[in-house]
Design a protein around this ligand. Structure first.
Ligand code: G3H
Ligand code: 13P
Ligand code: ZN
Length: 333
């Protein structure tokens, strides 16, 4: 048994309470490799932003859960080396799909876990979430649960159709499970294609797709039911068009990729939404930078020469999200 406390990590309890009070959101960035982790930590250290490092099922399959945990442990030391005196770093299991997996993360140094039983019938979601909460809380590990279903086509947690969270269920769910935070469905989805062109309008000036707004009325109704309770937004990449353009310019093919406009995330961050999940934007930044190097320097074969620029672009992205969208800068001196 390894306690996250020995590793210098923190759970989400205090982070979320402060974020709700302060009207900002904590960035939850997924990581799969060293470059992503370095970029996240550099951006967080420089802006003094609390941060959640997320490990998904895909990441575990790709990089190995043990290795990722040790990397997160190393990240705390790296943050201090960078001059961040009191790093507020949480290591979180993203979309845990079984009690056994959540338990293994609790036992192995994660400070927070998500049990995503949102695809199960309501009572089964409650039973599984409660079981995880009872175990995790013994070790002061915080638990995120999910109610409602996000649509998405590109990842391992996808569903063809979304079902908004029902505000009338949230009090019963939160009370009976004891979860620390609740991921909700209000129109976001995973991946770089969050809406079909048919769901969008087109800006006549730029010919860009303009997505439909998130269901803020549902969020408001949830907050009315659960005042001050930490709410989480998954699928919150904004799919920056400059990265999509760069990818397409240098030989890629991402037609009509579209995300959540940052204006809407800014609005959400000021509410009880205190954790905003971003993964796809970092994938886009990485890919754009690598494609550019490959196109401009076809003779390059040292991975540091293309992973380096990718890391720089991701760092710029993370800083932008922290400072200009979530407003979490300066909240972890
Ligand atoms: O929730 C989905 C995240 O973007 C992680 O996706 O399972 O492909 O790593 P992944
Ligand atoms: P994006 O695909 O929008 O980055 O969402 C990531 C996410 O929700 C991870 O759990
Ligand atoms: Zn997610």
């Amino acid at each position: 048994m390894v306690s996250y406390k020995e590793l210098g990590l923190v759970n989400t309890r205090e982070m979320f309470a402060k974020a709700i009070k302060g009207g900002y959101a904590i960035p939850a960035f997924n990581f799969n490799n060293m470059e992503q982790l370095q970029a996240i930590i550099k951006a967080s250290a420089e802006t003094k932003s609390p941060v959640i490092l997320q490990v998904s099922k895909g990441a575990r399959n790709y990089a190995n859960q043990t290795l990722l945990r040790y990397m997160a442990q190393g990240a705390v030391e790296y943050a201090k080396e960078l001059g961040w005196e009191h790093p507020q770093i949480c290591l979180h299991l993203d979309h845990g799909d079984s009690f056994e997996l959540c338990k293994s993360c609790v036992d192995f140094g994660f400070s927070s876990v998500m049990i995503d039983a949102s695809s199960l019938p309501y009572e089964e979601n409650i039973a599984l979430t409660k079981k995880v909460v009872e175990y995790a809380h013994k070790y002061d590990v915080t638990v995120e649960a999910e109610l409602g279903v996000l649509a998405g086509v590109e990842d391992e947690v996808s569903s063809a159709v979304s079902h908004y969270t029902k505000p009338e269920e949230v009090v019963d769910f939160a009370t009976r499970t004891g979860c620390d935070s609740l991921a909700i469905s209000i129109g976001t989805s995973h991946g770089a294609y969050k809406f079909t062109p048919e769901q969008c309008t087109r800006d006549p000036k730029t010919d860009r797709l303009v997505p439909p707004p998130l269901a803020f009325d549902v969020l408001d109704a949830i907050m009315e039911q659960l005042p001050g309770f930490p709410i989480v937004l998954h699928g919150s990449s904004s799919v920056p068009q400059e990265y999509v353009d760069m990818i397409n310019q240098y030989g890629g093919k991402l037609p009509d990729a579209v995300g959540i406009p940052e204006e809407q995330l800014r609005k959400a961050a000021k509410s009880a939404v205190c954790k905003i999940n971003i993964d796809s934007d970092s994938r886009l930044a990485f890919t754009a930078a690598v494609r550019k190097v490959f196109a401009e320097k076809p003779g390059e074969f040292d991975p540091r020469k293309y992973c380096g620029p990718a890391r720089d672009l991701m760092e710029e992205l993370y800083k932008h999200k922290i400072i200009n969208v979530l407003g979490s800068n300066g909240h972890a001196e």
